[in-house]
Design a protein around this ligand. Structure first.
Ligand code: FAD
Ligand code: NAP
Length: 340
């Protein structure tokens, strides 16, 4: 079937903030060969573009004067295995959490801590998704992508992706240049458990487990997340709006002079990570509402849409939060969510 280009499509059902924004054009890509066809159309019409997965890490502050390429490529393929690992190739449109459950059913370890993260597999390398002490970087093997401008197909190795804390080459130098079609994973047959985050250990204690498995970890993560994070189907949000800042020890020392309880986690000898949620809460923002949006009552890192908020309103709220944190702690927060 030929590609269907729709005009003036409201993206409200396609982003978890539940923001209305009109896309000039919209096309659903459900076959790999369709990527080139859509890119040819882009070059011919010379309009801008936006690749969209599940829309769970994006804030629309205006209409989208572009062609939205909605990634709907499906398929999970076992490439090979050896004594220690399985190598899996996953199409970019697969739902991330369904993929995690697939791994758990097959006893493939490595992604269990990343249970219940919304969105698609194709977006997972974009910000090197992470939770509870595990990042995508520990299981990524390669990324297959098509160059938006030339239609060249290219495979990025793990090191090519330049993954960092909620960062990658696709969010920085190569921003907007690639349509990711597949992600290759290297998963473990022998699990290495990561339960150092306090909440997981507490939840596992409650579960009274005899022999720990990746399924238990996944269940613990699901339980914690379900109790703490707003479900986007009920309350629009895009998860953590801000990154947790990594700062020099001298910055921490200066903060401790007026707030000795400030939590921190060592990153290396000279730097520490300070939870942004703590600073936002202590700057008075936790649970605070501003018009149709606000800061979530249980998790101050999450901005929420109570219904009818515009992206501009949420962006303005994020700026106010950043200003107050800067004034109280001297730290410039950085937005994690992609802003259009
Ligand atoms: P989208 O929002 O559709 O896109 C995000 C960015 O990636 C955009 O810039 C888009 O252009 C680009 N993109 C998407 N797909 C492709 C592709 N195929 N090719 C090229 N570019 C592409 N994130 C975490 O890291 N850890 C968490 O624990 C976490 N928890 C969350 C909890 C909640 C309740 C919510 C709502 C969000 C959470 N997130 C978390 C953020 C988000 O779910 C992830 O970043 C997720 O990977 C985004 O996937 P998506 O398909 O929705 O991406
Ligand atoms: P939390 O347990 O309240 O802790 C607050 C922050 O402190 C976390 O974000 C985490 O940073 C850091 N932290 C806690 N324990 C740590 C440890 N043992 N070692 C190092 N750092 C530690 O966090 P939360 O908000 O409920 O989130 C739990 C996990 O899910 C976190 O990893 C978080 O990143 C992830 N999450 C991400 C999103 C998103 O949209 N990006 C949304 C919800 C949850 P890190 O964030 O660096 O891990």
């Amino acid at each position: 079937m030929k590609l269907q280009f729709e005009k003036n499509v409201d993206l409200l059902p396609h982003n978890t903030f539940g923001i209305s924004a009109i896309a000039k054009e919209f096309v659903r890509i459900d076959k790999s060969a369709h990527v080139e066809e859509a890119l040819e159309y882009l070059r011919k019409t010379k309009i801008n573009h936006l690749v969209l997965g599940g829309g769970s890490n994006i804030l629309f502050t205006q209409n989208v004067d572009a062609l939205v390429l909605q990634n709907r490529l499906f398929g999970i393929e076992l490439e090979k295995e050896d004594d220690m690992h399985v190598y899996v190739r996953v199409a970019a449109g697969e739902n991330w959490h369904n993929f995690v459950l697939h791994c758990i059913r097959n006893k493939w370890a490595g992604v269990e801590n990343l249970s219940l993260i919304p969105g698609c597999v194709g977006a997972s390398p974009m910000q090197n998704i992470g939770a509870y002490g595990v990042e995508m970087s520990s299981v990524l093997n390669y990324v297959e992508a098509v160059n938006i401008h030339t239609s060249e197909r290219h495979t990025f190795s793990l090191s090519d992706c330049e993954l960092g804390y909620r960062e990658s080459i696709f969010k920085r130098k190569e921003k907007g240049n690639w349509f990711i079609t597949h992600v290759g994973f290297k998963l473990n047959k022998r699990p290495v458990f990561h339960i150092e985050y306090g909440a997981i250990a507490d939840e596992l204690d409650k579960m009274e487990i005899d022999t720990l498995s990746i399924k238990h970890i996944s269940q613990a993560v699901i339980a914690i997340r379900s109790s703490k994070l707003p479900d986007p189907k009920i309350l629009g949000n895009a998860g953590s709006f801000f990154k947790n800042p990594t700062v020099d020890l001298s910055v921490l020392r200066a903060i401790q002079e007026h707030d000795e309880k400030v939590p921190f986690y060592p990153v290396d000898e000279n730097t520490v990570k300070i939870p942004a949620g703590y600073m936002i809460e202590h700057a008075g923002w936790k649970g605070k509402r501003a018009g149709n949006c606000g800061v979530h009552e249980k998790q101050a890192l999450v901005l929420v849409n109570y219904g009818g908020a515009t992206g501009h309103e949420i962006f303005t709220l994020s700026t106010a939060v950043m200003t107050d944190v800067k004034n109280k702690y001297g730290i410039e927060l950085e937005r994690e969510v992609n802003v259009w």
